[in-house]
Design a protein around this ligand. Structure first.
Ligand code: AMP
Length: 127
């Protein structure tokens, strides 16, 4: 327990440079490519200042182009990440204790980590 209380999230997170992510103004097709190539089902979304803005996943993208009878792939061209992303992001401040991080990660496969300015600095996974 001592270990988890003493260590901060920033000491164990995966730094943002190593995290697959997209910008909110990227075309949706680009997000799809990053998701497929990275192999992750959901990744963080940032703005031009690198502030954390949301999460994008393959299921959100597919749901947004789903027609009545088929997947309307041509719809991809007209959409950007911002149109489809989930704005509710499980997140934690980088200076919080690992214990708090662990508690929050009970409900999420990963937590996005931010600093005082809301800049995205990494992710905390259970692994
Ligand atoms: P893991 O515990 O490594 O399976 O990661 C759990 C979740 O965290 C994955 O399903 C991804 O959504 C996310 N994740 C882990 N590593 C990365 C990474 N390098 N880039 C983007 N997302 C990641």
């Amino acid at each position: 327990m001592y270990f988890f209380n003493e260590k901060t999230v920033s000491e164990l997170m995966i730094p943002s440079e190593k995290v697959a992510h997209v910008h909110m103004n990227n075309p949706l097709e680009h997000a799809m490519l990053v998701l497929i190539k990275s192999g992750y089902s959901a990744i963080p979304v940032v703005d031009t200042e690198f502030k954390l803005k949301g999460l994008i996943s393959m299921s959100l993208i597919l749901d947004s182009i789903l027609g009545i009878e088929r997947i309307e792939v041509e719809k991809l061209e007209n959409k950007i990440v911002e149109d489809v992303m989930n704005r509710e992001v499980p997140s934690i401040h980088e200076n919080e204790s690992l214990l708090k991080g662990l508690k929050l990660s009970i409900d999420s496969t990963f937590l996005c980590v931010v600093n005082d300015e809301g800049i995205f600095t990494g992710i905390l996974t259970r692994r």
